[in-house]
Ligand binder design. Structure first.
Ligand code: S3P
Length: 457
């Protein structure tokens, strides 16, 4: 250790810690108010911006990712206003009505903002420069830029298709028929949003179905959209240059965020937690199926529908879990939930294997790598390869007692805090701030159930 002296920069004040630590305590009990769905919130703002008139939104997620979309839309001339907590309105300008932004659009950590906005901008003949934080600037953009370039967009990117990008849309786009090379709702949505601006019909074929919130909301707002099953997969055809009608949108609670208290309630003995109004879109509920396959107790009641999306209430009780093989066919329906499912697998009896999960390498972090490193530090045996992850469950509380590098990844941060509620020794994460991207009051909401999560002050 070096000693301070007059020439040493160590006399400068140290930067504040944003770490947080989770410890075992009593059972988790009560009702948690889970924030609004991130995917649906982005789409409500963006489609609202393209409608003719005012779209009213209730239950909007007020996380950093959604603020990134709202601010980008404001920078292009859209009025986006918070009327009360969770209650917002957007004054739409019609398809093709955005203005050129006069500064760089900084999309922070939000891949969904970046990729869907490319689709939105494709039909506008102006240039926008887009960038993001250290995590977003590493993520692949070519998967959206390839089809949009085929439609007539011009793009300059850094190295391997990474942001910052300079994006120039076209007033006259070419409609295309595009088969998704990777199962990605962001790519599908970007092409459909571009197709909304193109003359004639634009078709996306998805061999593996992904979340269909864009299609549902387009239908809700009166777009001409046709969906059929074919031998190649799901064919979604949008007829461009029509008008979108403003609509009232009620955003369900996010099943991806609900997954954190659901896993926590499952692995902390004697817990009973209720989560109300959770989105039950069939393309999102793989996590709950997988937990039930592993022995979790999840009771679903009061199924209903709001703004074209199914939702229900869930009651979760603490349960002993058994390892399971989660097939590749389920990956698209729970792609964001593998990190927290890995925590359940670490507590289970026996081995769990997640197959077909290579996409996790290009999320907010390389999630297979961050999970592998974090679980090993907590004393859990884990192996990964390009496309799969195998976890040997501890058959009860894993050792814990580690500090986890979260790599600006909200779901890694929240997953390891959930694990720390069950481990023998506490689990610390280096930075809780990224959780604000999708779950602004995560630690406080967990504490209300009785969780011992302390933030550095
Ligand atoms: C999202 C789609 C998924 C998901 C992301 C949100 C969306 O990404 O991981 O958090 O809102 O369309 P991919 O499209 O890359 O699979």
């Amino acid at each position: 250790m070096t000693e301070n002296n007059a020439n040493s920069p160590a006399s400068e004040p140290s930067s504040p810690s944003h770490s947080a630590t989770a410890r075992r305590a009593g059972p988790l009990l009560g009702l948690m108010d889970v924030p609004g769905d991130k995917s649906i919130s982005h789409r409500a703002l963006m489609l609202g911006a393209l409608a003719v008139g005012t779209t009213h939104i209730e239950g909007l997620l007020e996380g950093d990712d959604i603020h990134a979309t709202a601010n980008a839309l404001r920078a292009m001339g859209i009025t986006v206003v918070q009327d009360a907590p969770g209650v917002w309105h957007v004054d739409g300008v019609g398809v093709g009505g955005l203005h050129a932004p006069d500064d760089v659009l900084d999309l922070g950590n939000s891949g969904t903002s970046a990729r869907l906005l490319c689709g939105l901008l494709a039909g506008h003949g102006f240039t926008a420069i887009m960038t993001g934080d250290d995590s977003l600037r590493k993520r692949p953009m070519n998967r959206v830029l390839d089809p949009l370039t085929q439609m007539g967009v011009r793009v300059e990117t850094r190295e391997a298709g990474q942001m910052p990008i300079s994006f120039t849309g076209a007033d006259m786009l070419l409609p295309i028929i595009y088969t998704l090379p990777v199962p990605s709702a962001q790519v599908k949505s970007a092409v459909l949003l571009a197709g909304l601006h193109a003359p004639g019909q634009t078709t996306v074929i998805e061999p593996i179905a992904t979340r269909d919130h864009t299609e549902r909301m387009l239908t809700h707002m009166g777009a001409v959209i046709d969906i059929t099953e074919s031998s190649e997969g799901r064919r979604i055809t949008i007829t461009g240059q029509g008008e979108l009608s403003p609509a009232s949108v009620t955003v369900p609670s996010d099943p991806s965020s609900a997954a954190f208290p659901a896993v926590a309630a499952t692995i902390v003995p004697d817990s009973v937690v209720t989560l109300e109004g959770i989105g039950m879109n069939p393309a999102r509920v793989g996590i709950f199926k997988s937990l039930v396959d592993m022995g979790a107790s999840i009771e679903k009641t009061n199924p209903r529908e709001e703004s074209g999306e199914p939702l229900a209430d869930l009651k979760i009780r603490g349960s002993a879990l058994t390892g399971a093989k989660i097939p590749a066919s389920r990956a698209a329906s729970m792609i964001d939930e593998y990190p927290v499912l890995a925590m359940a697998a670490a507590c289970a009896i026996g081995t769990s294997r997640f197959e077909g999960v290579g996409e996790l390498r290009v999320k907010e972090s390389d999630r297979l790598a961050t999970l592998e490193a974090g679980l090993r530090a907590c004393g859990v045996k884990v192996e990964t390869d390009a496309d799969s992850m195998t976890i040997e469950g501890c058959g009860g509380p894993p050792p814990g007692g580690a500090t986890i590098a979260t790599s600006l990844d909200h779901r890694i941060a929240m997953s390891f805090l959930v694990l720390g509620l069950a481990t023998e020794k506490p689990v610390k994460i280096d930075d809780i701030r990224p959780s604000k991207t999708s779950f602004p009051d995560f630690a406080e909401s967990m504490r209300c159930l009785g969780a011992d999560i302390r933030e550095a002050s």
